[in-house]
Design a protein around this ligand. Structure first.
Ligand code: GDP
Length: 452
């Protein structure tokens, strides 16, 4: 990617629509657009922050291609921080391609994936965490994902990190001046005060990093296996969770024969639901294959929902499942709670639900989320990190601060402590992008699509 040239791309999705937008960014954006865009009476569309009505023409053929609106954003008051022109044409792929060709013939280059946002980042219109939030916002599949991305776009993470970085810099400056100017070692009282400040910084970072336990699932989704013997209501529970009738529900045992994957969402968190074949001893080959797949699905799932039929006494199959399904990843649901309870014993930690009436499903969802976040209560509106790279950087900063603290306790040389503190600062800079190499930036922005 070369900075300083003028790029252009179709910014609306492929396909037909009411309008289609072509975006230009760079020093020649207005000049190029003015050659192919004519207003009536003919005057250049150079008033910034205004929308101009006119025609896109092919000057060589003297042919009108489309009626369009042109918006001019003058640098630095634009998305990228450069001169930006947006041409809103009619949303026809043929028209848009023709207009784009006219633009590139006049010297603009087709923008690479994410290049508009990369320029915004390089020109400090956004930090890296916000730039990634732009992508998450566009990629969002659920309203909740979009909400989390919108908060990140506003810079919640950067705002939380700013005072932490400030404190860290103050501690570094303090230690550095000690190294430079003071003959004696730093006093024990001063050292204790510095350690306390670092401790405080580390606590805040741990809180931020902690939100990734749930945050990673907000972005990537999770796998949920539903298991139980035939007829306990797995398909019905599955349908309740999905919110629509998508699996076949019957009274015949063994009709859900194969593992069935369904991508949907629970509370706005993407989930791949695996509705498994009823697990029981069987001589039917097809059913047996289904059962084998079920066991694999259970082993791979993030959470296994073990469904029991509360209207019947527990039998050997139920007990087998209770015995074999990994406790740390399972949630037990006692279904059919609308009927008299005949389970015969208390199952520790089981959630009473009824797929028929829907009762207990809020509690079940809360349990699923709590389990995903490793047992912590989930503050759904305080998810700061959904990105693995950001999480790795914050975790590394925490580790370096821990090391710095230990070194201070061992009364190591200030220079060595400082090395760790600078390292921590560097890691935090990677989250917002101040301290990243071009390679990594290239990698991050290549996950965008063209026109963003
Ligand atoms: P699966 O074989 O475990 O998938 O079970 P199904 O979902 O096919 O349900 C088996 C039977 O139990 C069906 O007749 C359902 O209508 C019924 N059923 C499922 N959930 C409930 C419930 O919560 N209450 C009652 N009363 N019946 C249910």
């Amino acid at each position: 990617m070369i900075r300083g040239d003028t790029i252009a791309a179709i910014s609306t999705p492929p396909g037909r629509g009411g309008i289609g937008v072509i975006r230009l960014s760079g020093p020649r954006a207005l000049e190029i657009a003015s050659v192919i865009f004519h207003t009536k009476p003919h005057k250049p569309p150079d008033a910034p922050g205004r929308v101009h009505f006119g025609r896109v023409v092919d000057p060589a053929a003297n042919e009108v291609i489309d009626e369009a609106l042109l918006t001019y954003f003058k640098a630095p008051h634009s998305y990228t921080g450069e001169d930006v022109v947006e041409l809103s044409c009619h949303g026809s792929p043929v028209v848009l391609r023709r207009v784009l060709a006219l633009i590139t013939e006049r010297g603009a280059r087709i923008g690479e994936p994410g290049e508009f946002t990369l320029r915004a980042f390089l020109n400090r219109r956004l930090d890296l965490a916000q730039a990634q939030a732009v992508r998450d916002c566009i990629d969002a599949q659920t309203g909740y994902q979009a909400r989390v991305a919108a908060r990140q776009l506003e810079g919640v993470l950067s705002k939380r990190l700013a005072p932490i970085k400030d404190t860290l810099v103050e501690v570094i400056v303090h230690l550095e001046s000690t190294v430079e100017f003071v003959e004696d070692d730093i006093s024990p009282a001063a050292a204790a005060a510095l350690r306390e400040r670092l401790e405080h910084v580390n606590e805040s970072l741990k809180e931020i990093a902690g939100s990734f336990a749930f945050g990673r699932f907000v972005k990537e989704g999770f796998d949920l296996a539903i298991v139980g013997r035939p007829n306990v209501g797995k398909s019905s529970v599955f349908n309740r969770l999905v919110g629509a009738d998508r699996a076949i529900v019957t009274d015949l045992p063994g009709t859900t024969r194969d593992a069935l994957y369904e991508s949907t969402s629970i509370g706005g968190v993407p989930v791949r639901l695996i509705d498994t074949a009823g697990i029981r001893e069987t001589s039917d080959l097809v059913e047996r294959l289904g059962i084998t797949r079920s066991r694999t699905a259970i082993a791979d799932a993030d959470i296994t929902l073990l469904v029991l039929d509360a209207s019947q006494p527990l039998n050997r199959d139920d007990l087998d499942l209770l015995e074999t399904v990994d406790r740390s990843r399972r949630i037990v649901a006692a279904n059919k709670s609308d009927l008299p309870n005949r389970l015969g014993r208390e199952i520790h930690g089981a959630v009473g639900i009824s797929a028929l009436t829907g009762s207990g499903f809020d509690e079940l969802t809360a349990r699923i989320f709590a389990r995903l976040s490793g047992g912590q209560a989930v503050e759904r509106d305080d998810i700061l990190i959904t990105d693995a790279r950001q999480h790795a950087s914050v975790t590394q900063a925490i580790a370096r601060l821990d090391e710095a603290r230990d070194l201070m306790i061992q009364r190591e040389l200030e220079e060595i402590v400082l090395l760790k503190l600078h390292g921590a600062l560097q890691s935090l800079g990677e989250v917002t992008g101040e301290t990243l190499t071009d390679d990594i930036l290239g990698q991050i922005f290549s996950t965008f699509c063209v026109g963003k």
